[in-house]
Design a protein around this ligand. Structure first.
Ligand SMILES: *Cc1c(COP(=O)(O)O)cnc(C)c1O
Length: 235
């Protein structure tokens, strides 16, 4: 991955292409492009790439791991950082300090620990409940039928703001094959919002291979890595 000026040009070019594809997906589904935010996922890329993303105009950056995020967050405190990967309870304290948004909330015990740490650090955390819609054994997230219990628990915690739901679709060569996953998450969100009397405006769904379908199904946060930065360096 090239960095510096060339990296910036590449990110600008890729972002422009992403914005056109987002606008087309919004036009197809009668949505306002302003209702979709790009979270630039910088996992696996050096801090220079995250800097290029911010210089290209991206405000929301995402990371999978607390440890990997540390240096990048320090370099770019002006960005809004989103934790999109699985979080272990013993990393909750540092996560609260680095990330104002957590997309991967998947248990009551983690919610309670985040609340406790947020209280200690006088923070408020925006959270999404991660749902394992397709029931894949290797993926994190609660089964759809358990989402309401976790959501209710989160609503009782003073330092957490429940903003909506997140999912990761199964890998597929054809994004049409996972449209049902995004549609299911949206339907679940509508149902929970109604039953809980909470707005739950955010749907974090869609990655490089499937984000247009996710937007057609109502995504408000798309998490993009390779579409913006190219293939992740290995190792
Ligand atoms: C890596 C990752 C992304 C970005 O994936 P791309 O396919 O590079 O767009 C988004 N969300 C999560 C949870 C990820 O782990």
């Amino acid at each position: 991955m090239t960095v510096g000026a060339i990296g910036l040009d590449l990110v600008r070019h890729n972002l422009e292409a992403v914005r056109l594809r987002l606008a087309a997906a919004c036009a197809r589904s009668g949505r306002d492009p302003a209702s979709v935010r790009v979270v630039a996922v910088t996992k696996g890329f050096p801090a220079e790439v995250a800097m290029a993303a911010v210089r290209a105009g991206l405000r929301d950056l995402g990371e999978n791991y607390v440890q990997e995020a540390r240096e990048k967050v320090r370099a770019l405190p002006e960005a809004t950082w989103h934790l999109v990967g699985h979080l272990q309870r013993n990393k909750a304290r540092e996560a609260v300090r680095l990330f104002p948004w957590v997309h991967s909330l998947d248990s009551e015990s983690l919610a309670e620990e985040l609340d406790r740490r947020a209280e200690q650090h006088d923070r408020v955390l925006q959270v999404l409940v991660q749902v394992n819609v397709a029931g894949e054994a290797q993926k994190h997230g609660v089964p759809p039928e358990e989402a309401i219990r976790l959501a209710q628990a989160v609503l009782r915690l003073r330092r957490l703001r429940l903003r909506g739901l997140m999912t990761i679709a199964p890998l597929t060569p054809d994004p049409e094959g996972v449209r049902w996953v995004f549609r299911t998450l949206r339907t679940l969100r509508d149902d929970l919002a109604h039953r809980l009397g909470a707005p739950l405006p955010e749907l974090s769904m869609g990655m490089t291979d499937d984000f247009e379908v996710a937007v057609e199904e109502g995504a408000t946060l798309v998490r993009l890595g390779r579409a913006l930065f190219g293939e992740r360096p290995t190792g």
